[in-house]
Design a protein around this ligand. Structure first.
Ligand code: CP
Length: 332
């Protein structure tokens, strides 16, 4: 009875925003650049509803609307993979976790053939992380008949939509109206799918976006990207409302993007000393995993009065539940 009430509430929220207005391109969630304010409002209302009812959400979504959901992580993940698994379980869906290291990928099977194979077994939603930027767009453009719902769980340096959505949700828990609020993203913007997806959403809601890092990692001009570009951290941090530090991606740093780790720490580490330049109630975020004492000083990470990092992780579950619920509402 309780589940029936909760399911009805989910349906009521989705109906309120009108399914035609929350429809995603090709019924897939590939990036945040396709989001409208209506979609965002719907997603965050659902997220809040799931937060308020988190202990009663088992079997919340009508399972019969979906057959099976597969997760395919071609790249390592702790947060995103676990969070999707919990989100699916909370919705009463049983995730099928494909172990890529023992799958037919090791025999050369392409992503498309793997998806086609799963579809033949009634999998109709696949959650995919991949090292190739744009791989999901490639699948959609080249195999339009696949007719399968896809969620991008991070593709190369291209996009990480659910991370950006949970980041924005976490920001808005602290500051309901982010219009003109100074949000500083620090670090390896060049390789960051998180930064790219965040910038789309922050622009959509009218935040004042600032990017900072060495020229090699922030090689953009304000003409190319809707943000203020800095290479001096102190200038960027001045009067900041929120600071999001990014991981130095050592696995993608084989071309000398930074002079040395020590040099990077000296110029771009966010710590309690340089954070004094920001607003008094500044909050820090990080998508994780963090290189402690490199992009962020250790004592900042653990300071719950400043750090929203654990909150980001926690919010990821309900934000992903809402993403899944919205996608499932869309029929092929
Ligand atoms: N933020 C993020 O994507 O973390 P994982 O790589 O652990 O999933």
């Amino acid at each position: 009875m309780l589940n029936k009430t909760l399911t009805a509430s989910t349906e009521r929220i989705l109906a309120k925003y009108d399914v035609t207005k929350i429809r995603f391109k090709q019924n897939c969630l590939i990036d945040t650049n396709e989001f409208t304010l209506t979609q965002l409002n719907c997603l965050f209302e659902l997220t809040k509803f799931y937060q308020a009812n988190i202990h009663e959400t088992q079997n919340l979504y009508p399972v019969n609307q979906l057959k099976y959901v597969a997760t395919l992580f071609y790249e390592a993940s702790t947060r995103t993979k676990t969070s999707f698994n919990i989100a699916l379980t909370n919705l009463g869906l049983k995730p099928i976790n494909i172990d890529i290291s023992t799958s037919s990928h090791t025999k050369g099977e392409s992503l498309y053939d793997t998806l086609l194979t799963l579809k033949a077994m009634n999998v109709n939603l696949a959650i995919i992380r991949h090292s190739s930027s744009g791989v999901l767009n490639f699948i959609l453009e080249n195999y339009p008949d696949l007719n399968m719902k896809l969620i991008n769980a991070g593709d190369g340096s291209h996009a990480h939509p659910t991370q950006a959505l949970l980041d924005l949700f976490t920001l808005m828990e602290h500051e309901k109206n982010l219009k003109n609020k100074k949000i500083v993203i620090v670090g390896d913007i060049l390789h960051s799918r998180v930064a790219r997806s965040n910038i789309h959403l922050l622009n959509l809601i009218g935040a004042d976006v600032h990017l900072v890092g060495p020229e090699t990692l922030v090689p953009f001009s304000s003409a190319e990207i809707k943000a203020t570009i800095h290479h001096d951290l102190n200038t960027a941090l001045t009067n900041a409302d929120f600071v999001m530090a990014l991981r130095i991606q050592f696995e993608r740093q084989n071309q000398g993007f930074i002079i040395s780790v020590d040099d990077y720490v000296l110029k771009y580490q966010v710590n309690k000393h340089n954070l004094k330049l920001a607003k008094a109630n500044v909050k820090i975020l990080h998508p994780g995993p963090v290189n402690r004492n490199i992009e962020l000083a250790d004592d900042l990470i653990n300071d719950q009065s400043i750090s929203l990092i654990q909150k980001q992780v926690a919010n990821g579950i309900q934000v992903r539940m809402a993403c899944i619920a919205m996608l499932l509402k869309q029929d092929h």
